[in-house]
Ligand binder design. Structure first.
Ligand code: GH3
Ligand code: MG
Ligand code: MG
Ligand code: MG
Length: 300
């Protein structure tokens, strides 16, 4: 486990003495402890704080531990956060019910600090693995930028947001020109290097909140929220020029440098009608025109 990372743990219990004990035992171990005396209070803390693990009492006035568990596991963001139930009851049916409701572990009170701490470490270890896998599933292995799935996921969200706020949004489809020739002339590894460098150049040219993804072999897409047609054209033109100017070193020993150009098709989101599918299709048509008008250009 990453020992330098300081984890935030939320302890939820209606008994103040239990909270004080937890604060002490976990605090000594280097965890940042947040406390809540009810489910309602816990939800407030979760609104404001990023929490890595939750210790949850079973019996509390108001929202019960099980109800709370249900809410947490149905939450679109918090559902990944491990929840360890803490209860004075060792009733076997209750333990089974809690685990079936989605609890990650169940510890009886009074707890043995050493054992609770070990179980917390186990849950955090599993959390790290889950987050790592999630991140891998969203990342293009070669370039390290978003893969198609992650791009579509985020772009769809940006489009919903643009519809709600009635802001313009632009989508660009990029395709490297004559990329097959790079592979044929310099080899597949050199082609890979060009793709990595190309992805770096895109990231360099666009804002942090623009969504960039590798959507095919040598095809990339960019979703620009809150961007007019004029500004999208300027940004894509800047990228096109930058790519055309760059010389990519593909082999250390032979001083082999490769130059590529890129064709870019743009589409613009218009109000309520827009959808990711429609915008990608339109951008694809513009890209087709860019290719047929001689490549190395941007078309809207
Ligand atoms: P156009 O200007 O019409 O786009 O021509 P093109 O040669 O770029 O297009 P084409 O679709 O014929 O070729 C794309 C090439 O990209 C073929 C494929 O082998 C190569 N490619 C796809 N994915 C990868 C990859 O991950 N690494 C490398 N090195 N090449 C790839
Ligand atoms: Mg209680
Ligand atoms: Mg292609
Ligand atoms: Mg191509």
């Amino acid at each position: 486990m990453d020992t330098k990372k300081k984890y935030n743990i939320l302890a939820v219990d209606d008994a103040k003495d239990t909270l004080m004990l937890l604060e002490f035992d976990l605090g000594e171990e280097g965890y940042q402890v947040f406390t809540a005396e009810s489910g309602e209070q816990a939800l407030e803390v979760l609104e404001e704080q990023s929490i890595d693990l939750i210790l949850l009492d079973m019996y509390m006035p108001g929202i019960s531990g099980l109800e709370m568990l249900h809410k947490l596991k149905a939450h679109p963001i918090i559902f990944n956060t491990p929840v360890i139930m803490l209860s004075a009851s060792d009733d076997e049916d209750q333990i089974v019910a809690a685990l079936e409701f989605g609890a990650d572990d169940y510890v009886t009170k009074p707890y043995i600090p050493k054992v609770l701490l070990a179980r917390i470490r186990t849950s955090l270890r599993l959390l790290e693995k889950t987050l790592e896998l999630e991140s891998l599933a969203k990342t293009d292995f070669l370039t390290g930028i978003r893969n198609r799935g992650a791009f579509e996921d985020l772009a769809s969200k940006a489009i919903s947001q643009a519809k709600r706020s009635n802001h313009p949004l632009a989508v660009a489809m990029l395709d490297i020109d004559f990329f097959k020739a790079v592979n044929d002339n310099y080899g597949h590894d050199a082609g890979d290097k060009v793709l990595v460098e190309f992805a770096d150049i895109i990231c360099d040219c666009f804002r942090d909140n623009d969504i960039i993804g590798r959507v095919g072999g040598e095809e990339f897409a960019i979703c620009m929220a809150n961007t007019s047609a004029e500004n999208a054209l300027i940004a894509c033109e800047r990228l096109r020029e930058r790519v055309a100017r760059s010389e990519i070193q593909v082999d250390d020993s032979k001083d082999a440098k490769v130059s590529v150009t890129v064709s870019i098709g743009l589409s613009l989101g218009r109000g309520d009608e827009m959808s990711l599918e429609g915008l990608l299709k339109e951008a694809d048509l513009s890209l087709y025109q860019a290719k047929h008008s001689g490549r190395n250009q941007v078309k809207l």
